[in-house]
Ligand binder design. Sequence first.
Ligand SMILES: Nc1ncnc2c1ncn2[C@@H]1O[C@H](COP(=O)(O)OP(=O)(O)O)[C@@H](O)[C@H]1O
Ligand SMILES: [Mg+2]
Length: 408
Amino acid sequence: MILNALEKVKAAVTKTLRDRVQAVLDASVKNDVNVVNENLALAKSELAAALGVSRPTLNAAMDELTASGELEGIIQKGNRYLLDLEHCHLIADHMKIKSWNDSVGSKHIIVDVNMKGGTGKSTVSVNMAAGLSYGMTERKRCLLIDLDPQGSDRNFSQPDMEKSKDILTAVDLMLADYEKDEDYNDYHKYVERVGHKALVKMSCQPTQYPNMDILASFPLDDRFNQFVFEHFKDDYMSAMSLLKERVIDQVIDDYDLIFIDCPPSMGPIVWSALEAATGIIVPVTPKNLDWMATVTFFQQLPKRLAQLPSKGKNLQWFKILLNNVDQEHSRDSVMVSEIQNAVGAENMFLRVIDRSTAFEVASQNFRTVIDIRPKDDLVNPKQLSNAKDCINNVCRELVSILKSHPGV
Ligand SMILES: Nc1ncnc2c1ncn2[C@@H]1O[C@H](COP(=O)(O)OP(=O)(O)O)[C@@H](O)[C@H]1O
Ligand SMILES: [Mg+2]
């Protein structure tokens, strides 16, 4: 029954919110879906290695899935077969290979935050979520929530008009109960029929990774901070639970890792993210001005956390992640050691993300460094492989940080 209702809602919202969907589509026409899918596809030998099974075992599973008609459309390149990510997940599920959810089971809400703009919050969020989703070993299910009204993260999702969902933002979902008479979106037209939870789920857009979704943002989300100060007046900290309760708790069963990309500011929307966080990553570019802004952020942080409804007790770890590090001639080394001495090496990722043109090229092409290959001829292969290595190393380090904390 719910499915029928959802189908109707889908048709209706797809029509009424076409402008939002169109905004995402306009961005993604530049992004050839087939090229991306092929870049992410694995050869049989790669999949067997990633799943830790032998080739005959993999072949047997594939034969079963082919016989039942579930496995079709395998890409053939000469005498090589390529399995796209949908195939890879189908096969892994069929073989009952343990996922993160089966073996580790913890859930983590990781907030990328820094008051300074341009330090790489969005770059780090998008590329790390992609890097972690791509790994077939534990098949982590990731959600990226964009809280920056500039909404750059939505360019990485792959809206499919067939499957298309309403594009409600985290802010739309957080404020819905208070905006019954406004027409920011069609939330109230549908909520009585399908319920709040279903609307949250529908708003998480698919990406090129079958196990990664994005909850997009749009410029109207800018209203949140003002709304909180006006509507909640004396007790505005009570509004800080909205992100957790109205958005994250609604979909937490569907994901293992939830990344939250914050705007470069310190106001209610960012405090809401801190209230929900189990861990925070502070991307810092090792340049004097960036570091000064980060120092201000750390000066404000303890007081802000203490004022939150949870008093910051849900927070289990924080780490500075050096990004955009210029390795050439050790240009940034003085600043790097100054930062290490100030915050303590234990509060920093050991790995750093180097400066690489691949990050800029990737975002200009609505891609991540994970889904670009040298053959795309978009960026110098050395820059690309360095960027991929940096992301993969930082992802590995994050996994070990997560495994040493309980999460939720
Ligand atoms: N490691 C890096 N190497 C090169 N360019 C980078 C790197 N990290 C970020 N950038 C570029 O810096 C700019 C700002 O990054 P962004 O992630 O949007 O920052 P924020 O979200 O903190 O404002 C973007 O143009 C991005 O492509
Ligand atoms: Mg950003």
